[in-house]
Design a protein around this ligand. Structure first.
Ligand code: HEM
Ligand code: SF4
Length: 551
C-alpha cells in the first residue's frame, strides 16, 4: 500500500488545520453559510436533508485493516454507529456534527486518509477495479497509476475550478469492474505488440440526466505520457467546457458537441504544446510508487482444496457463496473474497462499526491486513488462502455478513434517495428492500443468475440505473413518488445504456414489474443464457407486453 511521505503528511495536516479554522469562524458567525459552503465542499462536507454528510475517500478502493478500524471508530464516536460505502470508493458518514468534523479529519489524517476532492468541481477520487493487483485476468496493477493521478490532481491549481466535477476510473483487467466507460475519463491498461504498457483512453462518459458512454480517443498511450496527456484532455475541457449551464458543463456534453474525433485532435494539439514541460514524472518516481504496490508474498498453494469442496457439498449456502462471492487470485490456491453489504433487510452499502471492525480483524488474520471497496458497494478481502474459506464464511455468516448474493439480483446498487439526500425525488432504499423481500430465496436467486439491478432516487443517477440490467429511477409525478423501469444497461466492458420500458409505477407496482420482467427472462432464456444476453437477443417487446399488457 502507498505510504505517505513528508510532503503528503504536510499537505494533509495543513489542510486539516485550515479547515479547523474555517469551522471555528463559521461557528462564531464570522462566515455565512454561503461563504462557508465552497470551503466545506473542498473537504468533502455536504449539507443534506437531516444533517451534514462527510464523504471520505478510499483511494483506488484499497485500505489497511488499521484504516478500517479507524473508520469504524469514527462511526462510533461521531456518527450513529455506521457508515455507507458508495459507488466511487468513498465512505459517507450521514450524521457528523459540524463542530466535530475537524476532529474527524484529524483522526483520518493519522491513518493517512482524507476527504479532499470528494465533492465540488474538481478531479474526484480516482477509482479502479476492486481486485486490482490480485486478479488473474489483469495486464498490470492499475493502482500505481491511480496514485500518480491522485498526487497530480490533488489541489492542481489549473483544475481547482473546473466547470463541473470530474471523474476518472482505471482498470487493468479484461473484465471491466470499474465502469470505466461511464466516467469522464476511462483508462484501460493495455500492452502493445512490442509488449510495452500503455493505456486506451476513453473520454466523455457519464450518467446523470444525460447518460453517455465514453468514446475512445486513443487506442494506445505510452505509460510514460499519462499525466501530460490527461493534462491536455483536462485543459481542452477547462477552456471549452460550458460554464453557462451546469447541466451542460460536463465533458460528455463537450465531446458530444465537438465529436470524439475533434476532441482527440484538440487534445493531441494541446499535448504537443505541453508534453515536454516535465509534467510526466520520471521513470524513477513511477518505480518508487510501484514499489508500494508490490504484491504480498503469498505462497503458491494447490487450487484443489478437498476439505472446502466437501463442506460445499454438504452446505448449499456455502457452495453458493463460494460460487458467487469468490474470484480467482493471481497466486494459485488463493481467492478474492467479496463480502456482500446487501444482507436481507439491510441498506445496500451500509456497514456498522462492529461489522467494520470484524472485516478489519478478518483482513489481519486472513488477507494480509488489506481490504478493498467495490463500486458495487461491497467489501473485499483480496488475498485469501482457499483453505481458510470455511472458517471465514462461518465467521461472516454468524455476523450478518454471509450473504451469498454477489452478482445476483439482490446485490443491488441503491442511492440514499429521500432517506438522506436533499436532491431526491423519491425513496430508493425502501424500494430496494421491497424488491429484496420479494426475491429473498437464495435458490431462486441462484437460478435467475447474474442480474444487476440499480436504483436511483432522482435523475442524478448516483445509483447507476442507466447501467443496470434492470434500472429503476424514482421521479416525482405531481407530488407522488413514481418509479420508472429501464432494461438492458451495462457498466461492464460491453457498456450500454438502459432503455426506458414504459410508464412508471407506484412503490408496489414497481416490485411487481421487476417480478414480471424476471418471469419473462426465465421463460425465454436459452440454456446457460444470462439475463442481459436474453434481453439483447429478444429485445424489449416481450418484457413490455408482460409488464404493461398482462392485465
Ligand atoms: C446523499 C448525498 C448525495 C448527493 C447530494 C449527490 C449528488 C449528486 C449529483 C448532483 C449528481 C449529478 C451529477 C451530474 O449529473 O453531473 C450525482 C451523480 C452521481 N453520484 Fe451522487 N450524490 C449523493 C450520494 C451519492 C452516493 C451515496 C453515491 C454512491 C452510492 C453517489 C454516486 C454518484 C455517481 C456514481 C454519480 C454519477 C456521476 C456521473 O456519471 O455523472 N452519490 N450525485
Ligand atoms: S440519485 Fe438523486 S436521490 Fe439518489 S443520491 Fe443521487 S442525488 Fe440523491
Amino acid at each position: 500500500m502507498y505510504a505517505y511521505d513528508t510532503f503528503d503528511r504536510n499537505i494533509i495536516d495543513a489542510r486539516v488545520a485550515e479547515f479547523r479554522d474555517q469551522v471555528e469562524r463559521r461557528m462564531k458567525g464570522e462566515l455565512t453559510e454561503e461563504e462557508f459552503r465552497p470551503l466545506r465542499l473542498m473537504n468533502g462536507l455536504y449539507l443534506q436533508l437531516h444533517a451534514y454528510m462527510l464523504r471520505v475517500a478510499v483511494p483506488y478502493g484499497t485500505m489497511s485493516s488499521k484504516q478500517m478500524h479507524r473508520l469504524a471508530d469514527i462511526a462510533t464516536k461521531y456518527d450513529k454507529g455506521y457508515g455507507h460505502f458508495t459507488t466511487r470508493q468513498n465512505i459517507q458518514y450521514n450524521w457528523p456534527k459540524l463542530v466535530e468534523t475537524p476532529d474527524i479529519l484529524t483522526e483520518l489524517a493519522e491513518v493517512e486518509m482524507h476527504a479532499h476532492q470528494t465533492s465540488g468541481n474538481c478531479i474526484r477520487n480516482t477509482t479502479t477495479d476492486q481486485f486490482a493487483g490480485a486478479t488473474r485476468d489483469e495486464v498490470e496493477d492499475p493502482r500505481p497509476y491511480a496514485e500518480l493521478i491522485r498526487q497530480w490532481s490533488t489541489f492542481h491549481p489549473e483544475f481547482s475550478f473546473l466547470p463541473r466535477k470530474f471523474k476518472i476510473a482505471i482498470t487493468g483487467a479484461g473484465q471491466d469492474r470499474a465502469a470505466v466507460k461511464w466516467h469522464d475519463i476511462g483508462l484501460i491498461l493495455r500492452k502493445n505488440d512490442a509488449g510495452e504498457t500503455g493505456f486506451e483512453v476513453i473520454v466523455g462518459g457519464g450518467m446523470g440526466r444525460t447518460p453517455v458512454i465514453g468514446k475512445t480517443i486513443r487506442e494506445f498511450l505510452p505509460e510514460a505520457d499519462l499525466l501530460s496527456y490527461l493534462e491536455a484532455i483536462l485543459r481542452v475541457y477547462n477552456e471549452q467546457g460550458r460554464r453557462d449551464n451546469k447541466y451542460k458543463a460536463r465533458i460528455k456534453i463537450l465531446v458530444e458537441a465537438l465529436g470524439a474525433e475533434e476532441y482527440a485532435r484538440l487534445t493531441e494539439a494541446e499535448w504537443q504544446k505541453i508534453k515536454d514541460q516535465h509534467i510526466d514524472v520520471p521513470a524513477e518516481e513511477v518505480a518508487r510508487i510501484k514499489a508500494f504496490f508490490t504484491p504480498p508474498p503469498l505462497p503458491v498453494l494447490s487450487d484443489d482444496v478437498p476439505a472446502v469442496d466437501e463442506f460445499a457439498n454438504q452446505n448449499f449456502i456455502f457452495k453458493t457463496w463460494l460460487d458467487n462471492n469468490t474470484n480467482p487470485h493471481k497466486v494459485l490456491g488463493h481467492v478474492n473474497v467479496t463480502i456482500s453489504l446487501k444482507p436481507h433487510d439491510g441498506i445496500p452499502g451500509d456497514a456498522t462499526d462492529e461489522q467494520m471492525h470484524l472485516v478489519a480483524d478478518l483482513a489481519e488474520k486472513y488477507s494480509q491486513s488489506e481490504i478493498r471497496v467495490s463500486h458495487e458497494q461491497n467489501l473485499i478481502l483480496p488475498h485469501v488462502a482457499k483453505q481458510d474459506l470455511v472458517e471465514i464464511w462461518k465467521i461472516l455468516d454468524a455476523n450478518g455478513l454471509g450473504s451469498a448474493n454477489v452478482g445476483l439480483l439482490t446485490d443491488m446498487i441503491v442511492c440514499p434517495g429521500m432517506d438522506y439526500c436533499a436532491l431526491a425525488n423519491a425513496r430508493s432504499i425502501p424500494i430496494g428492500q421491497a424488491i429484496a423481500d420479494r426475491f429473498d430465496d437464495i435458490r431462486r436467486l441462484q437460478d435467475i443468475g447474474p442480474l444487476k439491478l440499480k436504483i436511483s432516487g432522482c435523475i442524478n443517477s448516483c445509483g447507476h440505473h442507466h447501467a443496470g440490467h434492470i434500472g429503476i429511477l424514482g421521479v416525482d409525478r405531481r407530488g407522488e413518488e413514481n418509479y420508472q423501469i429501464s432494461l438492458g444497461g451495462s457498466g461492464a466492458e460491453d457498456a450500454t445504456k438502459a432503455a426506458l420500458l414504459g410508464p412508471g409505477f407506484d412503490e408496489h407496482g414497481i416490485v411487481d414489474a421487476v417480478e414480471k420482467v424476471v418471469a419473462v427472462y426465465l421463460g425465454e432464456r436459452e440454456e446457460g443464457e444470462e439475463f442481459l444476453a436474453t434481453y439483447r437477443r429478444i429485445g424489449a417487446a416481450p418484457f413490455k407486453e408482460a409488464v404493461y399488457d398482462a392485465d
